[in-house]
Design a protein around this ligand. Sequence first.
Ligand code: T3D
Length: 263
Amino acid sequence: MTEKSETDLLVEIADGVATVTLNRPAALNALTIGMKERLLAALEEIGTNRAVRAVVLTGAGRAFCAGQDLKERLLPDAPGLAEELRRRYNPIVRAIRDLPQPVIAAVNGVAAGAGASLAFVCDLRIAAEGATFVLAFGRIGLVPDSGATWTLPRIVGAARAAEMAFLGDTVRADEALRIGLVSRVVPSGELAREAAGIAARLAAGSPRAMATTKRLLAVSFDRDLVAALEAEATAQYGAGASLDHAEGLAAFLEKRPPRFTGD
Ligand code: T3D
């Protein structure tokens, strides 16, 4: 196990799973410039680490993430909003989307503003019973950002996304489950274990197949069926030629669990 501990960002790598924890609980894990830079660097490192096969993103304390640190934003030397999005938020969102490994958002508490956007761009979302989602942007006269206008309609559909974006209502975990914003809700004390269990299953899969599946799903809404069929055929050609496929077949015939390497 390796552990890297900056005060406001914890990265732990064990058994093929990187767990990234936003760690400013007193400020509900609101994102400062330094924290965003550390998060982006951590994601980039994870992306090139073949030992990492799945990622869990979560928060310390009672929040997942309250979005931009609004106190930092009020500092006289704070960067402009658009600049901050282009320099830091957007690269983080793209890094999560572009990671070859699947990313699970383990939403332990409130996910607000860009904190909610971070959860939306993850590949899977599970929540603790007390978790909430709130597009808090409108409350401070801003518009949803960090990808939320793109990801949210694709996850919950246009009608629910519009309600969340325009009204900024708090969506509780049970409602999030009902509308498909999360795929599981578990008691708070069980969230970490649940996330670890899913991550372990992902980590046991073929890294190559996981990465390709992630890419196919990510672009699916931008393609028509014919293009998606062709993309799947091309991807399957590559997967079919992989050692992982050969191992998967051998394991099936030998009635044993496969040992995928990503080759
Ligand atoms: O650069 C850019 O600005 C562009 C990018 C923008 C992206 C964005 O994310 S914009 C949206 C920013 N986020 C918000 O507007 C959410 C602000 N927070 C809240 O609305 C509420 O705190 C919550 C709904 C998240 C939770 O409410 P509640 O009642 O459970 O907690 P609280 O009492 O409001 O907060 C607890 C503490 O966390 C409190 O500190 P204190 O008073 O005890 O010292 C509060 O100030 C702090 N906190 C919460 N959110 C933030 C924050 N501190 C700084 N920034 C925050 N976003």
